[in-house]
Design a protein around this ligand. Structure first.
Ligand SMILES: Cc1ncc(C[n+]2csc(CCOP(=O)(O)OP(=O)(O)O)c2C)c(N)n1
Ligand SMILES: [Mg+2]
Length: 554
């Protein structure tokens, strides 16, 4: 069915039909057409971010928390430039996002006016598809294709440039219909059989789980696999989500990102079973590989690019993790003999001495010794956060030097309860928490953010206040880029800390929060931690808690 429509109305109608309820954005003159058309739509909420990096971070947080398509709009070349760091993060996490930008009118761009730039070329390295609309008639096909590409595994952001004359042009348009590619692809029976036999041929397999396990809610299937094999389960090196129920006795925690340490852990095994992620993604260079020489890998992932990318996989399945495990588990049960089942049970019993839960108890005991320290010991604080939050809280993490301590104590209770800094590009969490909160209404969001990281996008506080969202921002104020100091010492053996202190003047987080309408409190006394956290979360609105924590060097 076709109708005469303007480009701007068609654009929003298409987004709405693709399931978009929030348009994250920061408008300029080239986007006035969209803003005018938005005024007529009760079904779409515009969420204003005060800088484009925050706009895209909000969309990223929304996509990661919901698993659904998100949409955001930025302002021409400088706006897209501001958004690039956040777009990098979104790409890293495979967030299904349609990013659009207004563009100077076709032809007008040729005259090189202010704000003009090659938007498609700018976006291209960070998206699955980048395109400029050059005819109003093409809008439906482009928008439908963009939504399909963004949501088809491996998912990821796409970019559309929207020239002003396209938005204001009119045409007889058929908006068409949405396509979603069914992700539940499973291997053929004979491949499932080969996989089952290969797994049972290993006597000491180790399972490493990644993002696809939480995205496709495959916790029960992964847990059943661990039980059948009697295998320990590690979360992949990039803890970007809650990949496995941490209370399960097979759960050993997150793999470290130091190659020699990973190698040591894996060396105790005769098969690595990589489920749903790039299991051994590293951060800084080391001459040693993370994989012990000769350790065979079987890998199941929907991300074809990541399979066998750095280390060859003996058996590689480009398939959906949940559908594959659903087919695999009965086959494994049929093939496993009683002796194997007994050995699996014994292995699991054995793991309990040193699994995540056992270590957590030891860490609580150790960290408790620092309960009186001022400035507050960050490890102690992470323990209190894990203990004080309500069970349905969603934690958004950008805690840097406190991340390890948080992961050691924060229980993963459901696959959507944790959103971690993934790519290393800081500045995500302040805006990401807003997107997560909008995606998961009714759940309190707690963003645990380093002081340095918070300052990349502090004006997200205004959006949280404007939308009155139940977000508690926990700022870990150590007045420094502690991680860089630590690395200066450990990597370079130097104590050259210029450019790493956030002092003189000290950053006043509570005043900044108050200036943007967010209630705030500074906590120096560790005895006040629990009450401060509980009161803030219970308020049901935006709150900022600044904890003055040790920087380790003063
Ligand atoms: C976009 C971006 N810019 C700069 C960096 C380099 N960097 C990594 S960590 C960091 C400081 C983090 O400080 P803070 O959030 O206070 O955490 P802390 O190290 O104190 O725990 C910086 C500047 C980065 N990773 N990403
Ligand atoms: Mg800091």
């Amino acid at each position: 069915m076709s109708a005469r429509l303007t480009g701007r109305d068609a654009f929003l109608a298409l987004l709405a039909d693709e399931g978009i309820e929030h348009l994250f954005g920061n408008p300029g003159t080239t986007e006035l057409a969209i803003m005018e058309a938005l005024g007529k739509r009760a079904d779409m909420r515009f969420v204003l971010g005060l800088q484009e990096s925050i706009v895209v971070a909000m969309a990223d947080g929304y996509a990661r928390a919901s698993g659904r398509l998100a949409a955001c709009n930025v302002h021409v070349a400088p706006g897209l430039g501001n958004a690039m760091g956040s777009l990098y993060n979104a790409k890293f996490c495979g967030s299904p996002i349609i990013l659009t930008a207004g563009q100077q009118e076709l032809g007008h761009g040729l005259m090189e006016p202010m704000l003009y730039g090659p938007l498609v070329e700018m976006a291209r390295p960070l998206v699955k598809w980048a395109v400029e609309v050059t005819r109003v008639q093409d809008l439906p096909r482009i928008l439908r294709r963009a939504a399909k590409i963004a949501t088809t595994p491996p998912t990821g952001p796409v970019f559309i440039s929207l020239p002003g004359d396209i938005l204001d042009g009119e045409a007889e348009l058929d908006l068409g219909r949405s396509t979603r590619v069914e992700p539940a692809v499973r291997p053929a029976d004979e491949i499932v059989d080969r996989l089952a036999r290969r797994l049972l041929a290993a006597s000491k397999p180790v399972i490493v789980v990644g993002g696809e396990v939480s995205r496709h809610e495959a916790w029960p299937e992964c847990a059943a696999l661990a039980e059948l094999l009697g295998a320990p389960v590690y979360q992949q090196t990039i803890a970007d989500a809650a990949h496995f129920p941490s209370a399960h006795r097979a759960f050993m925690g997150t793999l470290p990102r130091q190659q020699p340490k990973v190698r040591e852990i894996l060396a105790a095994h005769d098969l690595m079973v990589s489920i749903g992620g790039d299991s051994l993604r590293m951060s800084v260079y080391n001459p040693l590989d993370a994989l012990p020489p000769g350790l065979p890998i079987v890998q199941v992932s929907e991300a074809d690019w990541d399979i066998g990318k750095n280390f060859p996989a003996e058996l590689a399945l480009n398939a959906n993790v949940k559908a594959t495990l659903e087919a695999l588990l009965p086959r494994l049960r049929a093939l496993a003999d009683p002796a194997r089942a007994t050995a699996a049970r014994q292995n699991l019993d054995h793991l309990q001495k040193d699994n995540w839960s056992a270590r957590r108890e030891r860490i609580y005991a150790e960290a408790g010794r620092a309960s009186g320290a001022q400035p507050i010991d960050p490890r102690y604080l992470m323990g209190r956060i894990a203990a004080a939050l309500p069970e349905n809280a969603v934690v958004v993490e950008e805690a840097l030097t406190a991340t390890g301590a948080l992961l050691e104590v924060l229980p993963y209770r459901d696959p959507h309860a944790f959103i971690g800094l993934a790519s290393g590009g800081i500045g995500f969490a302040m805006g990401g928490a807003i997107g997560a909160s909008l995606a998961l209404p009714g759940r309190p969001v707690v963003a645990v953010v380093g002081d340095g990281s918070a300052m990349y996008s502090i004006q997200a506080l205004w959006t949280a206040a404007h939308s009155n969202l139940p977000i508690t921002y926990v700022i870990l104020n150590n007045s420094s880029y502690r991680i860089l100091k630590e690395r200066m010492v450990s990597f370079r053996g130097a104590r050259s800390f210029g450019g790493m202190d956030l002092r003189e003047p000290a950053i006043d987080f509570t005043s900044m929060a108050a200036a943007m309408g967010v209630n705030a409190r500074s906590v120096r006394d560790p005895a006040e931690i629990d009450t401060a956290l509980k009161t803030a979360v219970a308020s049901g609105g935006p709150q900022l808690l600044e904890f003055v924590v040790a920087d380790g060097f003063r």
